[in-house]
Ligand binder design. Structure first.
Ligand SMILES: Cc1cc2nc3c(=O)[nH]c(=O)nc-3n(C[C@H](O)[C@H](O)[C@H](O)COP(=O)(O)OP(=O)(O)OC[C@H]3O[C@@H](n4cnc5c(N)ncnc54)[C@H](O)[C@@H]3O)c2cc1C
Length: 596
């Protein structure tokens, strides 16, 4: 990595320039894992950056586990069944090739994490323990108590530090440097000093997370998952895909919003592991209502099925005072709950609720965007040199995601993309002068102007309005007129966003003002895709088209066109390999009653 020094531009914005061969934007599990492969294979001219401190990425919030067919308890499990389960859950909208990549990679990725010191929960004889997660044929989810994400990222960060991989904290990327055909780096600012930075890089890996926080009830950290990754790629000329598929996790905390102790927890995740360990759902009439919706799978049916069932119970007046239903695991003893679900137990205990003695209240919450950037089998977008991995990429999850598969995707594609890049790295390249003059420098000037603008609208109010809009117009139950009205409201918000009272570059409101630009792109794609897809499939449910239409076994792609803005196109889905087709034909099924 070479720092070329401060540059002063004609438009008066000063910036630092840094030259690297590979710039990794994002330091969650995906970004860290890709950099590890590069460093292990001798590529040291890399820089990983994140908009938070080292080791502090959204990944740390993952609780329940990470999938891989190790077969610790169920030796019949293998990668092909893992792939078949993933395609089934994705309603066959996933890219079979990417699904197979993840499923094949994972046993090795899990073992390698073990070698690097990951604190897995273990069986009595010391093997990596694996548990059931919803809609999987076998016990395939490895875990570290209920802090799997934290343990995973700690392990990767330790490994990255052993390999002396350069890391830069608290830098926010605001734009990629691309001519639409090829990427040449990125620009952004140091969030501590407010200084602008230009990164000259021949290859860029976008591992900047997803877009689930564009909804007001969401499980993400408030300042992450605002669509930075997909929106940066879209702006650079890459296509987005499957954006209409947003997973609403069935069990977010349902709280009394007027109680200051509880309010910050609204929508926060109650891990699926609570149901995996035997938790049962009851409505306000004391009925275990999943018997009506899914008598075989009960609480462990797919997330979309359970989320819609809960939404239906609430809509029909059988919800609790706080707008949820009850989740009850009190038939298990306290020692079991404390051992298997330590963080959950502690969280509710701190709020005065003993999970071993009484139920907790839950309701659906936006959890994960299955869509993202369209990439090839190596994670490369259609902009040369620009890769997208982890939650930023699309293709693995299709219309719905299996719990435990997104952590799997981060390390699997981190390794695949890292490998691919090793052969391609040939120095930082040279960012073309016209991109500097016509894109980077005017962009810095625009950021400067935004910071000093005394606009009409408050940044956080615009964020809140956008999130509310998405919940109201593109939530669990969707229809044509609500979606179209959402698009109309979105264009009004876009106008407001150009007239915001922002504040200095180092302020939180400046960060969110930049994020609003990303959120608007992600929100528009979700609304457009949901309006165009006139069928119901997986997490996308249209009350006016409640059936799945076989003609719609196609992905919707979103592109930025010079004329008319966002344009959509569709493409057919690939076919699974023979091995996976055989696993599909075998019709593996979990005997859900053994979970009781
Ligand atoms: C509450 C919760 C629980 C979950 N539990 C599970 C689970 O049990 N199992 C499972 O498989 N999945 C789970 N998930 C999903 C999983 O955690 C994520 O999909 C995964 O961690 C994403 O990792 P990532 O590396 O792609 O992105 P992230 O971990 O989100 O990292 C993104 C990185 O990009 C950086 N960044 C973002 N924007 C910018 C920008 N503009 N400029 C610079 N840097 C930027 C961030 O600072 C961060 O370093 C859960 C998700 C949530 C919300």
């Amino acid at each position: 990595m070479e720092k070329t020094g401060a540059v002063t531009t004609d438009s008066s914005a000063e910036y630092d320039r840094i030259d690297v061969s590979v710039l990794v934007i994002g330091a969650g599990a995906a970004g860290a894992r890709s950099a590890i492969t590069l460093a292990e294979q001798g590529v040291d001219d890399i820089l990983v950056l994140g908009k938070r401190n080292h080791g502090d990425a959204h990944t740390t919030w993952a609780r329940g586990g990470i999938n891989g067919a190790l077969g610790t308890h169920d030796p019949e499990d293998n990668w092909a069944v893992h792939a078949a389960d993933t395609l089934n859950e994705g309603h066959f909208l996933n890219d079979p090739e990417k699904v197979e990549t993840v499923a094949k990679q994972m046993p090795d990725r899990l073992r390698e994490l073990d070698e690097w010191g990951m604190e897995y929960s273990r069986t009595e004889d010391g093997a990596i323990d694996q548990r059931y997660f919803g809609a999987q044929s076998f016990r395939r989810t490895a875990f570290a108590g209920d802090h799997t994400g934290e343990s995973l990222l700690d392990t990767l960060v330790d490994r990255a530090q052993d390999l002396e991989i350069p890391y830069r904290e608290n830098v926010m990327i605001t734009k990629l440097l691309s001519d639409g055909e090829e990427v040449h780096g990125a620009v952004g600012f140091d969030m501590d000093s407010g200084d602008f930075v230009l990164f000259n890089a021949g290859n860029v890996v976008l591992a900047a997370g997803g877009y689930a926080a564009i909804y007001n009830r969401h499980t993400s950290r408030d300042d992450e998952n605002n669509g930075d990754g997909p929106a940066l790629a879209y702006d650079a000329g890459a296509s987005l895909m499957d954006m209409e598929f947003v997973q609403f996790h069935p069990t977010g905390m349902a709280v009394d919003d007027s109680d200051p102790d509880w309010e910050p927890w609204s929508g926060r995740l109650v891990t699926e592991a609570v149901r995996g360990e035997g938790g049962r759902l009851y409505n306000s009439e004391g009925e275990r209502f999943m018997e009506r919706y899914s008598p075989d799978q009960m609480e462990l049916d797919a997330r979309d099925v359970v989320a819609r069932a809960i939404a239906q119970e609430i809509a029909e007046g059988r919800g609790t005072d706080n707008g949820g239903v009850y989740l009850d695991i009190s038939h298990r003893d306290a020692a079991f709950i404390q051992e298997r679900l330590p963080r959950m137990y502690e969280r509710f205990d701190d709020l005065g609720v003993d999970m071993a003695a009484e139920p907790v209240e839950v309701a659906p919450t936006s959890h994960y965007g299955m869509g993202g950037v369209a990439v090839d089998e190596y994670g490369e977008t259609d902009v040369e040199g620009l890769f997208a991995i982890g939650e930023t990429m699309a293709g693995v999850h299709g219309a719905n995601r299996l719990g435990g598969n997104s952590l799997a995707e981060t390390v699997a594609f981190g390794a695949v993309t890292g490998d691919r890049l090793v052969d391609r790295v040939d120095g930082p390249g040279a960012v073309p002068a016209d991109l500097v003059d016509e894109v980077a420098e005017p962009h810095f000037a625009a950021l400067d102007a935004m910071a000093s603008r005394e606009g009409t609208y408050d940044v956080m109010e615009v964020v809140a309005e956008l999130q509310e809009l998405m919940w109201d117009h593109a939530g669990i139950l969707r229809d044509e007129s609500t979606l179209q009205a959402g698009l109309q409201r979105l264009s009004e918000l876009r106008e407001q966003s150009a007239d915001m009272d922002v504040g200095p570059i180092t302020s939180d409101s400046f960060e969110f003002a930049v994020d609003i630009g990303f959120m608007l792109t992600a929100a528009e794609a979700v609304l457009r895709g949901a309006a165009e897809r006139d069928e119901s499939r997986g997490a996308h449910y249209r009350t006016d088209y409640p059936e799945t239409d076989p003609e719609w076994q196609r992905n919707i792609l979103f592109e930025d066109s010079d004329i008319g803005g966002m344009r959509t196109d569709t493409a057919p889905v690939g076919t699974p390999s023979d091995a996976v087709q055989t696993a599909l034909d075998e019709g593996h099924e979990l005997d859900y009653h053994q979970l009781e």
